[in-house]
Design a binder for this molecule. Structure first.
Ligand code: AHR
Length: 307
């Protein structure tokens, strides 16, 4: 109930300016850079004195970054937890210190920490649905007789990797036309995606589908495929998630089939949700972001707004 929430969660005062922490997990891909920029662009209009940290791909560093923000006495914390479990103690410490916390874009293990009790809310996409939509597009459009799939997973233990895998795997289960050859992590990174694809291509030369949990790994996979003399878009079909500029260009060039959108532009939503909370509103546990889908039909229309 609203009353229980107000009692359990730290309140937020209504005032003109706030010291706000945004503890980014890493900055090695355009998605995360766009997300950080969205917070920075929102700061002035939302009255934020914004502290940004970059954990450089380490959950331990991200925990230390949050602890240091708590010590600095921030008013509000926005956190994209790199992985589902290691950040939970830091979320609990923020609550104990009286700092309302909003998880943005990634979530934590719901069996351990819960929105409305341990943190205010999760702001983000439905990752299970993204995986399902990538699978559905593939099942509707793949014209070969048998689809032999390599899946490139995101960061092990992260909510988008877990959910994009389960959404996709469940959608293809029971469909005899599609077979998952192998699924392995490329840590959401382009170069790792390229290297993993290189290795898996040797083990599975018969692959004709790549499903990547994000565009950076998809682009890396395309590079590996081309280096091995394969023709993405002709003899192997690539399905992905995010909607980066490079991915939209790859679609326009005929090398990628689809990218299901996952928007990184959280600044305005973070501002609005925080202000609603400060005004005493009960925030829904999951503030959902609706995602579009980019294919050869609309990629050119959207490339100018991409990041
Ligand atoms: O949490 C969202 C994911 O994180 C994006 O798909 C990916 O590109 C980023 O690293």
């Amino acid at each position: 109930t609203g009353l229980a929430q107000a009692q359990d969660l730290p309140p937020l005062e209504q005032k003109d300016s706030y010291t706000v922490g945004f503890a980014q997990s890493e900055s090695n891909n355009p998605w995360r850079i766009a997300e950080t920029k969205s917070f920075q662009d929102t700061a002035a209009t939302c009255g934020w004195n914004l502290i940004v940290t970059d954990a450089g791909g380490s959950a331990a560093k991200q925990v230390a970054d949050v602890d240091s923000m708590i010590a600095q006495g921030i008013d509000v914390l926005f956190l994209p937890p790199r992985e589902e479990s290691p950040l939970i103690p830091a979320v609990m410490r923020a609550k104990a210190a009286g700092i309302p916390t909003f998880l943005v874009d990634r979530s934590v293990d719901p069996n351990v920490a819960q929105a409305g009790r341990d943190y205010v809310a999760f702001l983000g996409s439905d990752f299970v649905d993204q995986g399902r939509r990538a699978a559905e597009y593939m099942m509707e459009n793949f014209e070969g007789e048998q689809g032999l799939i390599i899946q490139l997973e995101g960061t092990t233990g992260s909510s988008p990797a877990n959910d994009r895998k389960s959404g996709f795997d469940e959608a293809i289960a029971g469909n005899d036309k599609f077979q998952l050859l192998e699924s392995r992590s490329g840590d959401f990174a382009r170069d790792e995606g390229r290297q993993v694809m290189e290795t898996l291509l040797q083990a599975h030369p018969d692959v004709n589908i790549v499903y990547a949990h994000n565009d950076e790994m998809a682009i890396g996979a395309i590079q590996a495929l081309e280096a091995a003399g394969r023709k993405p878009g002709e003899d192997v079909f690539v399905y992905s998630i995010d909607g980066t500029r490079d991915a939209l260009q790859a679609i326009i060039d005929g090398k990628m089939e689809v990218t299901v959108e996952s928007s990184p532009f959280f600044g305005p939503l973070a501002c609005e949700t925080m202000k609603r909370y400060a005004a005493g509103e009960t925030i829904e546990p999951w503030v959902k972001v609706e995602d579009r889908i980019f294919t050869a039909e609309n990629a050119a229309e959207h490339i100018d707004e991409a990041y």
